[in-house]
Design a protein. Structure first.
Length: 203
C-alpha cells in the first residue's frame, strides 16, 4: 500500500470509528494504534508500521454491535469460530471487526485480518503483527487498571531489550491472571500460548 492510499484509508477508518463508537472506545482504538506503531517503529519496516496502524484502529470496530448482530456477521463471514467464542461478545468482537475491515474498508491482507481476529485470545504461532496488536491492546496509554503502570514499564523494557516474545509473555501472563481473578472462563488458547512461550524463552 503506497503512502497516499494508506493515508486516505486511515482517515476513512478514523471517521467511521468516530461516528460509530463511543468516545472511550474511540480513544482506546487510537491508543492501540499509537502503541502498535511505536512498537513497530523499532523494526523500521514500513509495511509492518502501516499494518499496525490499520489493525490497531480497526481491532474493536464491531464493539458497537449487539451479540445477535455479531453472530449474524460471523455466520456470513466464512471464518471458523468455536461455539464458546460465538457465545460471548468479549471473545467474538475481534472476528466481527475483521469482517468490517474486509467488507467496509476492502482490506484483503490476511495478516491484518488475522491480527484483528485474534487480538483478544491470541493464537498459537502468532506473527509479529499479531503479537504487536495483542500487546498494544493491553497496554495502550488509555488502559487503566491496577498494576498497569508497572506492567507497561516492564513490557517496554522487554520490548527494547529482550524482544517481542518476552513482552508477549508478560502480557499473556497478566491477562490470564486478570481473567482468572474476574472468574471469566479461561479459553485454552491463552494457557497454551503461555506454555509454549515459557518453554521457548525458559522463563
Ligand atoms: Fe477487543
Ligand atoms: Fe481493544
Amino acid at each position: 500500500m503506497n503512502d497516499a492510499r494508506f493515508s486516505a484509508l486511515r482517515k476513512k477508518i478514523i471517521k467511521h470509528l468516530k461516528e460509530s463508537l463511543g468516545p472511550r472506545l474511540f480513544a482506546h482504538c487510537l491508543g492501540v494504534e499509537a502503541a502498535a506503531v511505536q512498537i513497530a517503529a523499532a523494526s523500521s519496516n514500513h509495511f509492518l508500521i502501516k499494518s499496525c496502524s490499520i489493525a490497531g484502529l480497526l481491532h474493536d470496530a464491531s464493539k458497537c454491535l449487539t451479540l445477535f448482530e455479531m453472530q449474524n456477521a460471523a455466520a456470513a463471514s466464512g471464518f471458523k469460530i468455536r461455539t464458546a467464542v460465538l457465545e460471548k461478545e468479549g471473545l467474538l468482537h475481534g472476528h466481527v471487526s475483521a469482517v468490517i475491515a474486509r467488507r467496509v474498508f476492502g482490506i484483503a491482507d490476511v495478516r491484518i485480518i488475522s491480527a484483528i481476529r485474534h487480538h483478544t485470545l491470541g493464537r498459537p504461532k502468532m506473527n509479529a503483527l499479531e503479537k504487536i496488536i495483542f500487546i498494544s491492546d493491553y497496554i495502550e496509554p488509555m488502559r487503566n487498571f491496577e498494576g498497569i503502570e508497572t506492567l507497561r514499564r516492564k513490557v517496554y523494557e522487554a520490548l527494547f531489550s529482550d524482544g517481542l516474545d518476552h513482552a508477549l509473555l508478560l502480557v499473556v501472563r497478566d491477562k490470564i491472571r486478570s481473567l482468572t481473578q474476574l472468574k471469566i472462563d479461561l479459553e485454552k488458547t491463552l494457557p497454551e500460548i503461555e506454555k509454549s512461550l515459557a518453554e521457548k524463552l525458559n522463563m
